[in-house]
Write a protein that binds this ligand. Structure first.
Ligand SMILES: NC(=O)c1ccc[n+]([C@@H]2O[C@H](COP(=O)([O-])OP(=O)(O)OC[C@H]3O[C@@H](n4cnc5c(N)ncnc54)[C@H](OP(=O)(O)O)[C@@H]3O)[C@@H](O)[C@H]2O)c1
Length: 249
């Protein structure tokens, strides 16, 4: 998995123009909270604001450290406690080991029926340390995160290169449109997330419930796969539940 930071600096997005753009295209403008402003959180902020959504974004160091991203995108930098306030979609995109550090009740102020996207991966050797419930009890990585958050999650983007969010979006029906696997137990939330990913310019493949989401964890065939729906479906089917040595702590 590449971990490249985006260096391109698109011009600042005018939020009013973007909203008009979204409604002209018949899409509804959503309030979206993004917790984590790194490779993935930063690029989702860029694209979601460009589509006209109202994005609040938070990191661990506070909103004063997010002024450049806010300037560039029109997103609102907020303390992490406020990121989910009123949001219909919340993206949790921080290192797995940091999930237990999030403030208790961080999702409490979200809109009813909020869809919470978890982009996380478990990197025991490089970053996260050993997590016994994942390794010994066989919890999927997202089930572990869901339990820490106390709210159902939808697993998406975990195997997507951050740069692809900016570079590889395509209109629906484009022959080279990439597909992303999406797993989760809440059908309505999963449908909302799949519709948003379609708006972001990617197809999706329903990868089942959260207990099936090992099929898209690191070291599986679909992880990092840049391909369409047919190949993604095949890769999900070919996954093995065994953790590989590199992904054991
Ligand atoms: N990079 C990729 O291409 C990629 C692709 C797919 C999935 N993922 C997964 O997605 C997750 C995020 O990856 P990333 O590469 O975007 O991470 P990253 O670049 O390291 O950024 C992490 C972000 O999380 C924030 N953060 C850390 N602890 C926090 C806390 N307690 N409260 C609020 N914010 C906190 C950091 O804020 P500060 O900087 O202020 O500490 C930073 O903005 C990881 O689980 C990763 O494995 C990454």
């Amino acid at each position: 998995m590449r971990h490249s930071r985006n260096t391109s600096r698109p011009t600042r997005v005018d939020a009013t123009q973007s909203h008009a753009h979204a409604s002209n295209l018949g899409r509804s403008v959503m309030k979206i909270g993004i917790i984590g402003a790194g490779n993935i959180g930063g690029n989702l902020t860029r694209r979601l604001t460009a589509l006209g959504h109202e994005v609040s974004v938070a990191n661990s160091r506070g909103p004063h450290t997010l002024t450049a991203l806010a300037e560039e995108t029109g997103a609102t930098p907020v303390p992490v406690e406020e990121a989910a306030r009123g949001a219909e979609v919340v993206v949790v995109t921080i290192p797995l080991k940091a999930v237990p550090d999030l403030p208790k009740g961080v999702l409490d102020g979200a809109a009813d029926g909020v869809a919470v996207i978890d982009t996380g991966n478990y990197y025991p050797q490089q970053r996260d340390g050993r997590i016994a419930e994942i390794e010994d009890e066989g919890l999927t990585e997202s089930r572990w995160t869901e339990r820490r958050l106390g709210h159902p999650v939808i697993k998406a983007f975990n195997g997507t290169y951050a740069q692809d969010i900016l570079d590889r979006h395509r209109p629906a029906g484009a022959p080279d449109r990439q597909a992303l696997p999406v797993a989760g137990d809440d059908a309505a939330a999963k449908a909302k997330v799949r519709a948003l990913i379609d708006e972001l310019g990617f197809d999706t493949v329903d990868a089942g419930g959260l207990d099936d989401s090992w099929r898209q964890q690191p070291a599986t065939p679909v992880y990092g796969l840049q391909a369409g729906a047919e190949a993604v479906t095949k890769a999900l089917a070919e996954a093995s539940p065994e953790r590989t040595p590199e992904f054991r702590g």
